[in-house]
Design a protein around this ligand. Structure first.
Ligand code: M6R
Length: 595
C-alpha cells in the first residue's frame, strides 16, 4: 500500500529523526523498501534501499539528514521488484526535484515510454518516479510549478497520493487521486502523510484534501487549490480526537473489520491496475492456447481458484482444473508439460505448499504464472510473471480483501477470455459498499442465535460453492467452531443425518439455481434446521428460508462474490462475541512457509 510523509520547516534543521519516526508509524501499511530525502538549499540528500525502517535508517544514517524539507517513503511493491533503484523517493532527470507516492499509477508503462522518448532520464520501473517526471516534463516546457502539477495530475491515471519538492524553494506540494492523504499543521512546521498515525505525534490539527486538489505546504501555512482551475479552496483545519490505536485501525476495533471495509477500494484499485497492465493480454493469450489450464492455491487462495474455474467455464467456455497445491503434485504434476499453463494463487507468495507445486510444475516445463499480493515474494520471482492483487498489507490473519481481489482478478480474466467488455465490472466496488451497508444489520440480527452453535454448515452451488467453502473457512478460523462448506446438493449424501432442531445451515445463492437451493432448504428444514439464505431478494426464497440476508441486485457472477461479505461479517462478529481476537486466531499464522 506504501506510505508517504513530507515535512516542511522554516530553517535548516535535523530532519532525520522526524522522518524515521514518521516512517515507523506507517509500517502497519506494509512495505519492502524505505527511503528518505531532505532538501537543503540547492542540495537533495537521497538515501534508500530494500529492508526494514530500522535497518535502512541505520545503514544509511538517516539520523544525520538535515534540511528545511524532508520526505520519507515506505514502498509496497506493485510496479517493479523491491530494489534500491525502485525504492522511493525519486529524483527527476537533473536532480532538482524529489518526490514519492503511495498507490498505483496504472498508465505507468505508457508514461515511462513517453518520458524516455522526450529525453528524460528514467532510472527505475517504479510509478513513483513516473509522478516526478510527470511534473518535470511540464516544468521543462516552462510552466509554473502549480500549473505543471495540474497538468501532471491529468496525465497520471490510477489511485495515489504524491508529494514533491524542489531545490532552492521553501515548499512541498502534494495531491491525491483515489488514495487517502492528510495534511498536518503544527507550531512552526507543516506535514503531509498517507495516514494520520505519522502526523498525530506532531499535531492534531489536520486538513483532509480531496481528489482534484493540490496542497502547497510552507512551514507556517498551507494552501489548497483546485486542479481544475487553480483557484484557492477555503478548507478549515479540524482537530483529531481519536487515539493512536483507533487511528491505525482506521477507527475500527480490529484490522479484520477494517480490511473487510477496505474491499471496495482494493477492488477499485485492482481494476484500474488490471486495465493498465499489459501482461494481462499476454496471460490471456497463453491461457487460450494452453492444453490444460490449472489454478493452484491453498486455503482461501484455493477457494478463489475454484471460483475462477467456474467463471472461466461459464463465461468463456474454457475448462480449468482448480486444485489444492499439494494435491497438484500427486494428481497432475507427473502429467503436465510445456503446453500446459498454471496460475499459482497466493496472498503471501511464500506458502511452501504452493512453491513446492510450482517447482514440480516447472520441472516438467509447464508455464507458471502467479497472482500474489506481496510483490517481491518468492512466488513473484519464481513465476514467469505475477499479476499483483493490489490490496496493500493485509494484517489480519483471516484473508478478506485478498480473497475478493483474487476472485475479481479471475472474473476479469474470464471476461477477457470471453472477449467481454471488462468495464461491466466497474460496478463491483460500489456494490461491495452497498452490500456491507445492507447486510451489517441483517447479520447483527442473527449473530447471537447462530453463536449458540458449535456446528454449522455453509452450502453453495456453482459459483457460490467456493464462496460457501470460503465462508466456512472464515467461520472456523476466527470462531473455532466446526463449520463445513459444501456443495448444497451433496448435503443429502451424508451430512443430513447431523441435522437437529435449530441446527443452523447457511446457503449462498447467486440466483442462477434458485429452485435447487429451495429444495436444499426444504430438505433440511423439514428435519428441524434453521436456514439462513444469502441472496438477492426473491419472494420464493423469502417464502422458504427462515432468514434471508439480502444482497443488492447484480449479475450472478458478481452476486456470488458479494455473497462472501456477510459471511466475513458473521465470522467477525461471532469471534468478537466469543471473546476472541479475530486478527490473530490461535494456532494460525499469516504466512505458512513450512510443509
Ligand atoms: O498466502 P497464501 O494465500 O498462499 O495462504 C494460503 C492459506 O494459508 C491462507 O489462504 C489461509 O487459508 C488464510 N489464513 C485463510 O484466511
Amino acid at each position: 500500500m506504501c506510505g508517504i510523509f513530507g515535512y516542511v520547516t522554516s530553517r535548516d534543521e535535523e530532519l532525520g529523526p522526524i522522518l524515521i519516526e514518521a516512517a515507523k508509524r506507517l509500517t502497519y501499511r506494509g512495505y519492502d523498501s524505505v527511503g528518505a530525502a531532505t532538501i537543503s538549499g540547492a542540495k537533495i540528500d537521497l538515501r534508500k534501499d530494500v529492508g526494514k525502517v530500522e535497518e535502512v535508517a541505520a545503514k544509511y544514517n538517516f539520523a544525520e539528514m538535515h534540511g528545511q524539507r524532508g520526505i520519507v517513503q515506505l514502498r509496497w511493491a506493485t510496479f517493479g521488484e523491491p530494489s534500491q533503484v525502485n525504492a522511493q523517493p525519486h529524483i527527476d532527470s537533473d536532480g532538482d526535484l524529489v518526490g514519492a507516492h503511495n498507490g498505483n499509477v496504472v498508465n505507468n508503462a505508457e508514461l515511462r515510454e513517453q518520458f524516455i522518448a522526450e529525453g528524460l532520464t528514467v532510472r527505475s520501473q517504479n510509478d513513483g518516479e513516473t509522478c516526478v517526471h510527470a511534473v518535470e516534463r511540464y516544468l521543462n516546457r516552462g510552466y509554473e510549478f502549480i500549473d505543471a502539477i495540474r497538468l501532471a495530475y491529468g496525465d497520471l491515471e490510477g489511485d495515489y497520493a504524491f508529494v514533491i519538492g524542489r531545490v532552492n524553494d521553501d515548499k512541498l506540494y502534494a495531491f491525491k487521486k483515489g488514495s487517502g492523504m492528510v495534511v498536518g499543521i503544527g507550531e512552526g512546521f507543516t506535514c503531509v502523510s498517507s495516514d494520520l498515525p505519522s502526523i498525530l505525534p506532531l499535531t492534531r490539527e489536520v486538513i483532509r484534501p480531496q481528489d482534484g486538489e493540490i496542497v502547497t505546504l510552507w512551514a507556517d501555512r498551507v494552501e489548497v487549490r483546485s486542479v481544475k482551475d487553480g483557484k484557492l479552496i477555503d478548507r478549515k483545519p479540524e482537530t483529531v480526537t481519536e487515539t493512536m490505536d483507533a487511528v491505525q485501525k482506521g477507527g475500527y476495533p480490529h484490522f479484520m473489520l477494517k480490511e473487510i471495509h477496505e474491499q471496495s477500494q482494493a477492488a477499485r484499485e485492482l481494476l484500474h491496475v488490471l486495465n493498465g497492465n499489459r501482461e494481462v493480454e499476454t496471460l490471456v493469450e497463453k491461457m487460450k492456447n494452453a492444453r490444460n489450464l490449472y489454478f493452484i492455491g491453498c486455503g482461501t487462495s484455493y477457494h478463489a481458484a475454484l471460483a475462477g474455474a467456474v467463471y472461466f467455464a461459464g463465461l468463456a467456455g474454457r475448462a480449468v482444473i482448480p486444485i489444492l497445491a499439494p494435491q497438484f503434485i500427486a494428481q497432475y504434476a507427473p502429467t503436465v508439460n510445456h503446453d500446459d499453463v498454471g496460475i499459482f494463487v497466493s496472498q503471501s507468495g511464500e506458502t511452501k505448499d504452493v512453491l513446492n507445486a510450482l517447482e514440480a510444475a516447472e520441472a516438467r516445463g509447464m508455464e507458471c504464472f502467479g497472482l500474489a499480493n506481496v510483490v517481491g515474494s518468492t512466488l513473484t520471482k519464481a513465476a514467469s510473471f505475477c499479476l499483483p492483487l493490489c490490496c496493500g498489507y493485509e494484517i489480519s490473519v483471516p484473508a478478506t480483501k485478498t480473497f475478493t481481489n483474487q476472485v475479481v482478478t479471475f472474473l476479469y480474466l474470464a471476461y477477457k477470455m470471453a472477449g467481454k467488455d471488462v468495464r461491466a465490472l466497474d460496478v463491483i466496488p460500489e456494490l461491495m459498499d452497498k452490500t456491507l451497508e445492507m447486510v451489517e444489520p441483517q447479520v447483527q440480527a442473527i449473530v447471537e442465535d447462530i453463536n449458540q452453535w458449535n456446528d454449522l454448515y455453509c452450502l453453495g452451488y456453482g459459483a457460490t460453492y467456493p464462496i460457501a467453502l470460503e465462508g466456512a473457512l472464515k467461520l472456523k478460523e476466527v470462531t473455532y467452531a466446526h463449520c463445513e462448506g459444501m456443495l448444497s446438493t451433496e448435503f443429502k449424501h451424508g451430512p443430513l443425518s447431523a441435522v437437529s432442531k435449530g441446527f443452523p445451515i447457511l446457503f449462498v445463492s447467486d440466483g442462477s439455481a434458485t429452485p435447487l437451493i429451495i429444495s436444499g432448504i426444504n430438505e433440511v428444514k423439514v428435519r428441524g434446521a434453521r436456514t439462513i439464505v444469502i441472496a438477492e431478494d426473491d419472494p420464493r426464497l423469502r417464502a422458504n428460508a427462515d432468514d434471508l440476508i439480502v444482497l443488492p441486485k447484480s449479475d450472478p457472477q458478481i452476486a456470488a462474490l458479494l455473497g462472501v461479505l456477510p459471511l466475513q461479517l458473521l465470522s467477525y462478529h461471532m469471534s468478537v462475541l466469543r471473546g476472541y481476537d479475530p486478527d490473530f486466531p490461535r494456532n494460525l499464522s499469516k504466512t505458512l512457509t513450512v510443509d
